[in-house]
Design a binder for this molecule. Structure first.
Ligand code: ADP
Ligand code: CIR
Length: 343
């Protein structure tokens, strides 16, 4: 196993923290599922424009390769190896009155969490049989949901190209052929074992076997962030009655990308701030102050359209779910205030 050849283009946290010494100390190690440090860093080596550039193959990757992962986790989340993660999924603790009741700025709100099944490898190291088994268990569990969460599971295999493209365009379904996931080993046997569950209104959705085994999603038009959070936490509660997810006291919910550890939560709005966005530096400064990330409107690594951006919490570990949403909410309140002042 050779130390990767990094160029000036490699700007990820992976390239920063995979020093030759760290690599040499880890290169002969393997997790129970046969995952190595080369597997962990392949996505970032092959995609120099990665921001992070590393994926875990299993929960054990985070301990076996701790000298590599710990500093990345610390820099991204501000969470050290002695810290303990905390969870709070109670919507009563969230102070988030709709910041845009006239629907002038917020197009839509979406909150998702990642989950993986306890005692299974994560996507990058999973076998086809294990992935298919997860699809079966998860889709069966979902089909037992009642009331407003009741819906249907649609496997990707057999879905028409038009249906798939329409779901992607309308922000409901994951895209196909992501090069970061491809090189992480997450697209093996595509499209088998993958699919999407949703209720009739498409306000509650679950992605199956994409980057994580489950992405549990609550979304709707407008800015009623609390309603979106409440629906999500109800759904998580229902699923947890029937399934056990991979979780530990230190890292919280275990996910394949280290940015998602902890709450595994990304709470976002699509928000129109064309005037503020004309001054990118100012826009970024407000987002940084509230620990927010700016994405384009077709998800990560996409562009804005018409001054609409995807604004979401950046921290997910060492903060509770309520705090993740509160970060986003507080930032959005300030963004709207500044955008109004520029009118
Ligand atoms: P993740 O699930 O990790 O957050 P992406 O950034 O790829 O992944 O986003 C997934 C999809 O969700 C994309 O289609 C994106 O446009 C959509 N999306 C994210 N936030 C919102 C939002 N607030 N409203 C509508 N769609 C959203
Ligand atoms: C990257 O490193 O850019 C991709 N592997 C995606 C990382 C997740 N992005 C993020 O900032 N949450």
């Amino acid at each position: 196993m050779e130390y990767p050849k990094f160029t000036q283009e490699h700007k990820s946290l992976m390239a920063k923290y995979l020093t030759k010494d760290v690599f040499d100390s880890l290169k002969d190690k393997k997790t129970v599922n046969g995952f190595t440090i080369s597997d962990v860093v392949n996505s970032g080596v092959q995609n120099p424009d990665s921001g992070i550039g590393a994926y875990a193959g299993d929960e054990e990757s985070y301990t076996t390769f701790a000298p590599f992962f710990d500093p990345i986790i610390e820099e991204y989340h501000g969470f050290t190896k002695n810290d303990k993660h905390q969870s709070d999924l109670n919507p009563d603790n969230l102070d988030a009155k709709n910041p845009d009741p006239d629907n002038k700025f917020i197009v839509s709100t979406r909150i998702r969490v990642g989950r993986n099944v306890d005692n299974m490898p994560l996507g990058p190291a999973i076998t086809k049989e294990q992935r298919d088994e997860i699809e079966k268990v998860v889709s069966t569990t979902l089909s037992s949901l009642e009331g407003s969460l009741k819906g249907k599971y649609f496997p990707l295999d057999g879905m028409s190209k038009e249906d798939q493209d329409a779901l992607i365009k309308d922000h409901f379904l994951f895209k196909e052929g992501d090069r970061f996931l491809e090189t992480a080993g997450l697209n093996r046997n595509w499209p088998l074992g993958r699919g999407i569950y949703h209720n009739t209104e498409k306000t509650f959705l679950v992605w199956v076997n994409e980057e994580d085994q489950l992405r549990i999603i609550s979304m709707q038009q407008g800015g009623d962030i609390k309603e979106v959070f409440t629906r999500l936490t109800t759904a998580i509660g229902e699923l947890e009655k029937k399934m056990k997810f991979s979780f530990n006291e230190h890292l919280g919910y275990i996910t394949s990308c280290p940015t998602n550890l902890g709450t595994a939560m990304r709470a976002s709005v699509h928000i129109a701030v064309p005037k503020l966005a004309a001054d990118m530096e100012k826009f970024k400064a407000i987002c940084d102050k509230h620990h927010l990330q700016i994405r384009g409107i077709h998800g990560e690594h996409s562009e804005s359209e018409g001054g609409v951006y995807d604004i979401s919490n950046k921290r997910r570990l060492g903060v509770t779910e309520v705090q993740c949403v509160q970060d986003m909410y507080d930032g959005v309140v300030e963004l709207i205030k500044v955008e109004k002042s520029l009118a």
